[in-house]
Write a protein that binds this ligand. Structure first.
Ligand code: A2P
Length: 338
């Protein structure tokens, strides 16, 4: 059986990855409809060696498709996801628009695939935030084994998470600096080239940024455990692809580094890369373009009797967005739509 698929935001960083991942994983796509705004309607994208014309979402009839992969921003999803769902299209939404609504499932396939069943509520499934996804892929087996009480995390996030304009901004600022030219700052509030910004998404009343609070809210919803405490600092770094995270956890029962390593070795979606020597750890360079979440620097916390440290790296555009959405779509068709 084949499924007709719309990709909303097909010209963006995540949309492009969705096209190539559908192709690489041989997703049973019948007709493919790349959608964007009027700005890029009429341009083309390539799918399975064919040029397909991008259509303006405003004129699109969603009853032509069974699945919609949305990644064009929250306000676009707010408007079009209910329209698509009403037309019978199941929407897998990559924005934050619906993530915190109780009747909308928020899914990481390695963690809570059963939640996909709730797509029936409103015809919408939410894809979590990129930083949350990779962290939970690594922490789920540990939580199942010994229970996680608290997570303290600092992220090192690539500019591709912001979108194409941010990728261009980092490249352009770098080029300008090397050429002793004026550096323009448009996407971020300070220069990102050769700098590190402790600010992702908007500031909230409690002093955290929204990106940080997403990790709190989403961890609890996906792990289905409201008791997990999360303290996050989200930082943008001048890396194009791949988010890194220094994750410090406190567990209910003590777990040794060796035990954690053994659990992670057999965990779905995880690849352990942990030799205690120079270069024996993962970085964004190895993670970029890969499906697996890479984990290294696994060690017991010398400052806490039940503490464990991990370094978690993943391709934010793939596992953090496009791949996770396609994996959700695969379970959806195999388990529910077939
Ligand atoms: P467009 O090319 O028409 O601007 P990125 O995250 O890399 O910035 O990409 C954002 C994606 O979302 C692009 O494909 C962009 O299409 C699309 N998009 C942005 N705003 C809208 C909108 N109002 N309606 C439809 N698509 C939109």
């Amino acid at each position: 059986k084949k499924y007709d698929v719309a990709i909303l935001g097909a010209t963006g960083a995540v949309g492009e990855a969705m096209l190539s991942i559908l192709e690489q994983r041989n997703f049973p796509v019948g007709k493919l409809f790349p959608l964007a705004s009027s700005r890029s309607a009429g341009s083309t994208v390539t799918f399975r060696n064919q040029e397909i014309t991008v259509q303006d979402v405003e004129d699109f009839d969603f009853s032509q498709v069974q699945i919609g992969l949305f990644s064009a921003g929250s306000s676009v999803s707010e408007k079009y996801a209910p329209i698509a769902a009403a037309a019978g299209c199941v929407v897998i939404d990559n924005t934050a628009q619906f993530r915190y609504e109780d009747d909308i499932p928020l899914v990481v396939p390695e963690v809570n695939p059963h939640a996909i069943a709730q797509y029936k509520n409103r015809g919408i499934i939410a894809n979590p935030n990129c930083s949350t996804i990779q962290m939970l892929v690594a922490l789920k087996p540990i939580h199942d084994a010994v229970g996680i009480e608290r997570i303290n995390v600092a992220t090192y996030q690539a500019v591709s998470g912001t979108g194409k304009e941010a990728i261009e901004e980092l490249a352009e600022q770098t080029r300008a600096l090397f050429n002793h030219q004026e550096v323009k700052t448009e996407v971020y509030s300070k220069r990102i080239a050769f700098n590190v910004l402790p600010h992702i998404d908007v500031f909230m009343d409690n002093g955290y940024t929204k990106e940080e609070m997403k990790m709190v809210w989403e961890t609890r919803k996906i792990m289905e455990d409201e008791t997990i405490m999360v303290n996050a600092t989200a930082v943008r770094v001048p890396v194009f692809y791949g988010h890194s995270e220094a994750v410090h956890i406190e567990t209910h029962k003590k777990i040794t580094a060796d035990e954690a390593c053994a659990l992670l070795e057999k965990a779905p979606g995880v690849q352990v890369m942990d030799r205690r020597e120079p270069g024996g750890y993962p970085t964004a360079i190895e993670a970029a373009g890969q499906d697996a979440t890479l984990v290294g620097r696994i060690r017991e916390d010398i400052s806490h009797p039940r503490g464990l440290n991990l370094w978690v790296v993943s391709d934010n555009v793939r596992k953090g967005a496009a791949l996770n959405s396609v994996q959700i779509a695969e379970i959806l068709i195999e388990t529910y739509l077939a």
